[in-house]
Design a binder for this molecule. Structure first.
Ligand code: DHB
Length: 305
């Protein structure tokens, strides 16, 4: 009932992990491999391994999460060599420099089913988010498209975008994507550089960047839905919804806005792999009540008043 496709890659289950959460180590990837998650997506990697920012670098409650992890990861070779037996395996790439990304794209192993090129990491001091610089994004995607040109037709060339809030920005970035070989878009990364504070201690809640970090969780769902629906309307790419998915109803809304699959971040952090079963069961119950047999029966069918 929850089968789907991303570009030409079939997936048995349209719910999987958001990059960054519980997908850094071999144990975590193995656990995802045997879970319900429809895909295994790695932590964003850099060429060399990194420790990341100092702790505490994550905080959450029922409504939101804030993180400033700083790209802790085991390095490209580890993720490039990891093999996933049960389902498609995608790696998220987030090089510290453009050339690092080109190096990783040029050296991808053949067993990697797709990539999620991260245009939106907000947590590295002194680095701006590529997705907010249209010229950089255009040049970057042109070169990445050339490198990936000889990949098979079912290879997923995905990008992960930051949230956009402006009509002109949606149109501009969609035009750049439509002139590239990108075939999948994950909307959205965390809202960059939020600040969550505690009144009693009169303090911020995470240590890096004087408390500034990417905001995720339920509070970002309306922004995620808007971005999913815009890029669904403006491109031919498969859209992956990410942002505020805690329940089957949240997943249903993302799919109604045009998502072919959804990623779970904050809730996966809170509940571990069991969240994929629960959210999927809740989504199936909604579909049964509405007499939908597959997600294609309602994908993108959002009604306007
Ligand atoms: C990190 C955070 C992100 O939102 C992202 O896209 C990549 C990396 C991090 O801080 O590790």
């Amino acid at each position: 009932m929850l089968v789907s496709k991303i570009n030409n890659t079939d997936i048995n289950y349209c719910i999987y992990n958001a990059s960054g959460v519980r997908c850094s180590t071999k144990n975590e990837l193995n656990k995802l491999n045997i879970s319900k998650s429809g895909i295994v997506l790695s932590k964003s990697c850099t060429i060399n391994s990194r420790q990341g920012n100092s702790l505490p670098r994550y905080w959450d409650n029922n409504l939101l999460s804030i993180n400033s992890s700083g790209l802790p990861n085991l390095g490209f070779d580890f993720y490039n060599e990891y093999k996933c037996i049960n389902k498609p395996y995608f790696i998220s790439l987030s090089g510290m420099k453009y050339d690092d990304n080109f190096y990783m794209l040029n050296n991808l192993n053949n067993h990697i089913n797709g990539i999620e090129l991260n245009l939106s990491c907000p947590n590295i001091k002194g680095h701006s988010q590529t997705g907010y610089d249209f010229n950089q994004t255009e040049n970057f995607l042109r070169k990445a498209s050339e490198i990936l040109d000889d990949k098979k037709s079912d290879f997923v060339f995905g990008i992960k975008l930051p949230p956009y809030f402006d009509e002109h920005h949606f149109n501009k970035i969609a035009e750049i994507i439509n002139n590239s070989k990108v075939n999948s878009i994950t909307c959205i990364n965390s809202l960059g550089n939020g600040l969550v504070i505690d009144s009693e201690s009169e303090s911020c809640l995470i240590k890096p960047k004087n408390g500034f970090g990417g905001i995720g969780g339920s509070v970002i769902k309306p922004i995620a839905l808007a971005n999913v629906h815009k890029f669904y309307s403006l491109t031919k790419c498969s859209i992956i919804g990410c942002g505020g998915i805690k329940t089957g109803n949240d997943a249903f809304q993302h799919i109604l806005c045009g998502a072919s699959a959804v990623q779970v971040g904050t809730t996966f952090y809170q509940e571990d792999t069991e969240c994929f079963n629960r959210i999927g069961d809740e989504l199936k119950e909604i579909m049964i009540n509405k007499n939908y047999k597959t997600i294609d029966n309602f994908k993108g069918n959002l009604k306007y008043l």
